[in-house]
Ligand binder design. Structure first.
Ligand SMILES: Cc1ncc(COP(=O)(O)O)c(C=O)c1O
Length: 433
């Protein structure tokens, strides 16, 4: 491999087991997958999913339980593979509850986060026997207490804490200062006391997810230290033991050229220090991860529909785009940077720069200006790597009415459809002219 290969791209290809030759996923040539299932298509490698979960669990060690954040890829097949690899799951909607159950999870083991859970959602989750509610406000705690009392059940609660400090090093922060997420640390004691006073609630722990795309393991370590200090203070003030501590996660994965690699072992070591300092035999620690588990296992395959030159630049227009792979096309990013994209025929080609975009009528539908994978011709296949998280369901797939892509799971040379390709008539679904 050339020493100039981008580290994120090199790591994405290595995760798929690519060394030389055309791209293959799970032992099946990408060109064969495209011929069989059409394009655009998401392909997930079951072995990579399970390997990634095992790698993280090994780094976290026996005192820390790994949870899969279903929102990152609410595919039943993906969620099932990760469950088989030993992950628990955390959900953020009733839709995700259905996905988790269909993937074989038991409701009593699931954890339910989200700042806007409606009364109906809370009640349905209680009816399903949900294991633990990550409560994000005093108001939510009071509502949950009322609903649980009506049902005659006791709901387990972990309070989501919002620290005054942001999780530095996270590309997207969900906490720090004033926030929709979690309970301000200064209010935590009062809300905990209110929960303890409710016979229909049982206070079991803390939840401290604070941001995604964290690339700084030391910043994650400092976050874990805050969790430890907060835990110790609360237990001492209230004279209780909290058996379930979820420190969050958000470990970063390269999405664009130039992105760094996350130092998993350094993050795990920092967490171990906090666990050792605050451990008790009855305590379970959790880390919840979406992207880090699923992104390396996924590839978005698309085909070049048209090529042309304009203003002195080569352009390639694909049959897929930001409506399926919004994150790779830079949605939410401040600066446009090139997606981790390769030409399927020659993934390590140092080719000529091409402006690679999708079919949508918006300049936002662009995977990068000048990606070095050219020359490209109509019919060529390209692949977006590290595409297994925040793909289809994170993307505005109804925009412009193109069908949703198919999703395929590959294992040991065998590929099968796990989500049907959409149809053009889906644009009419649910409409009443
Ligand atoms: C509460 C919560 N947990 C977990 C995640 C998953 O984060 P990531 O995919 O970065 O690991 C998110 C992402 O937004 C989240 O909001």
């Amino acid at each position: 491999m050339s020493p100039t290969v981008d580290p994120g791209l090199a790591s994405a290809l290595a995760a798929l087991g690519h060394a030389t030759g055309p791209l293959a996923i799970g032992g099946v040539p990408a060109a064969e997958l495209a011929a069989t299932f059409g394009t655009p298509t998401y392909v997930f490698d079951a072995v990579v999913l399970r390997r990634q979960a095992a790698r993280v669990q090994q780094a976290l060690g026996p005192r820390v339980r790994l949870l899969w954040s279903v929102k990152a890829n609410p595919s039943v097949a993906v969620t099932r593979e990760l469950r088989r690899a030993g992950t628990g799951a955390e959900i953020a909607s009733l839709g995700e509850l259905h996905v988790a159950l269909a993937a074989g999870h038991v409701a009593a083991t699931l954890r339910f986060a989200g700042p806007g859970k409606t009364d109906a959602e809370l009640d349905a989750a209680l009816a399903a026997g949900l294991g633990c509610f990550h409560v994000e406000s005093a108001d939510e705690a009071a509502t949950l207490a009322r609903l649980a009392a009506v049902r005659g059940v006791v709901a387990c609660v972990a309070l989501r804490v919002n620290f005054p400090q942001e999780l530095s090093g996270a590309r997207m922060r969900m906490g720090g200062g004033s926030s929709r997420f979690g309970i301000d640390e200064a209010e935590l004691d009062a809300v905990a006391r209110a929960v303890l006073a409710q016979p229909s609630l049982r206070l079991v722990g803390l939840h401290a997810y604070a941001g995604t795309q964290v690339f700084d393991a030391a910043a994650f370590g400092r976050h874990c230290e805050r969790v430890g200090r907060c835990l110790a203070a609360l237990e001492q003030a209230l004279g209780i033991v909290l058996p379930e501590i979820d420190v969050g996660g958000g470990f970063g994965v390269p999405v664009y050229g130039g992105d760094p690699l996350f130092e998993l072992d350094a993050a795990a070591a920092a967490l171990h220090t906090v666990v050792r300092a605050h451990d008790r035999p009855e305590r379970t620690w959790f880390v919840e991860l979406g992207r880090f588990l699923a992104a390396p296992a996924g590839v978005y395959l698309a085909r070049v529909v048209r090529t042309k030159r304009s203003g002195g630049h080569a352009h390639a227009v694909l049959d897929g785009g930001m409506h399926h792979a919004a994150a790779a096309a830079g949605m939410g990013a401040v600066l446009r940077r090139p997606a981790l994209m390769v030409a399927v025929a020659e993934p390590l080609r140092h080719g000529t720069p091409v402006m690679v975009g999708g079919p949508l009528c918006t300049p936002a539908d662009q995977f990068g200006d000048g990606i070095g994978i050219g020359p490209l011709a109509a019919g060529d296949l390209v692949a977006v790597l590290h595409a297994g998280a925040y793909g289809l369901t994170f993307s505005p797939h109804s925009f412009l009415g193109h069908p949703a892509p198919a999703e395929v799971l590959v294992e040991g040379g065998v590929a099968r459809i796990v989500r049907d390709r959409g149809q053009a008539t889906d644009a009419l679904r649910g409409q009443h002219p």
